[in-house]
Design a protein around this ligand. Structure first.
Ligand SMILES: C[S@@+](CC[C@H](N)C(=O)[O-])C[C@H]1O[C@@H](n2cnc3c(N)ncnc32)[C@H](O)[C@@H]1O
Length: 262
């Protein structure tokens, strides 16, 4: 049984980076009118109360969204992300943090759809409570990698898949690779965003993945950030988003933005 609960970590510096990239990817894909299928294979609970016991226990959000909350001079990517989080806190007090499901849901157009999967029963229940009646959202209880097989290719031919595992299992990288092999066979030109942590004493290395998946250099974009000492999250000293088939116009924007963060 997996024990990870994202509520302990919601809004931390890794989330800020991951969700800034996610919002930008959604926007870039929505520059074209055709509907998009968004798939969140490891969705978590969807959104989190930052004044809850679980969030306050680690208070990781303070170094993440907490540190940005009053910022007024951000680059356009983080400013857009921050606007999205602010819109979930209309009274101006930071109490609620939207997870990837809520962020993407809030950006959906009428022609877009969102599929959410999670393996943890408590997160599944919360996802159903939040999104069960939403006609644009489908919640699938179970293994996100297995669900992905049945969801691709998307009916309209456009899709963004967020793969955001908890990395609790030693063979997570192998599972991810096997899922990506299958996904790319079914939907070769899909956009995939994979979140990964770099953890002291643990070898999580996606460097060989593009070659093993048969991807060309232009199909792979790896954005990794190291946390300053005061933002380190236990043994996690860096985290990244690896993007497969990044929308062409966004690629250089992300590369330039990423270089300003280091
Ligand atoms: C990092 S959290 C997700 C956070 C969420 N994507 C966000 O950004 O708000 C990882 C989630 O993956 C779930 N999980 C772990 N293994 C899974 C699997 N094989 N399939 C689906 N969900 C899984 C965990 O229960 C946990 O809720």
């Amino acid at each position: 049984m997996l024990s990870y609960r994202h509520g302990y970590h919601a809004g931390n510096p890794a989330d800020v980076f991951k969700h800034s990239v996610l919002v930008t990817l959604v926007r870039a894909m929505q520059a074209k009118p055709r509907g998009i299928l968004f798939i969140d294979t490891h969705a978590g609970a969807g959104g989190y109360q930052l004044d809850s016991e679980i969030a306050l226990k680690t208070a990781e959000f303070r170094a993440g969204i907490g540190a940005l909350w009053h910022a007024s001079d951000l680059d356009p990517i983080r400013a857009d992300y921050l606007d999205q989080v602010r819109s979930c806190n209309p009274d101006g007090q930071l109490r609620h943090y939207p997870g990837s499901p809520e962020l993407v849901r809030n950006l959906l157009r009428r022609e877009d759809r969102l599929v959410l999967c999670d393996l943890h029963p408590a997160e599944q229940a919360t996802l159903r409570e939040r999104f069960g009646k939403d006609r644009q959202v489908r919640v699938i209880s179970g293994d996100g990698y297995a669900a992905l097989r049945g969801l691709l290719p998307p009916p309209g031919g456009r899709g963004l898949v967020l793969i955001d595992p908890s990395w609790e299992l030693k063979d997570e990288a192998a599972r991810l690779e096997a899922a990506m092999q299958q996904a790319l066979r079914r939907f070769a030109h899909g956009v995939y965003a994979i979140w990964y942590p770099l953890i002291e004493g643990r070898d999580i290395d996606l460097q060989a993945l593009p070659q093993r998946l048969g991807l060309g250099p232009e199909q792979w974009l790896d954005l990794c950030i190291r946390f300053p000492q005061e933002q380190r999250l236990g043994r996690m000293f860096a985290s990244g988003m690896a993007i497969i088939n990044c929308p062409y116009r966004l690629r250089q924007t992300l590369v330039d933005w990423h270089s300003t963060l280091r």
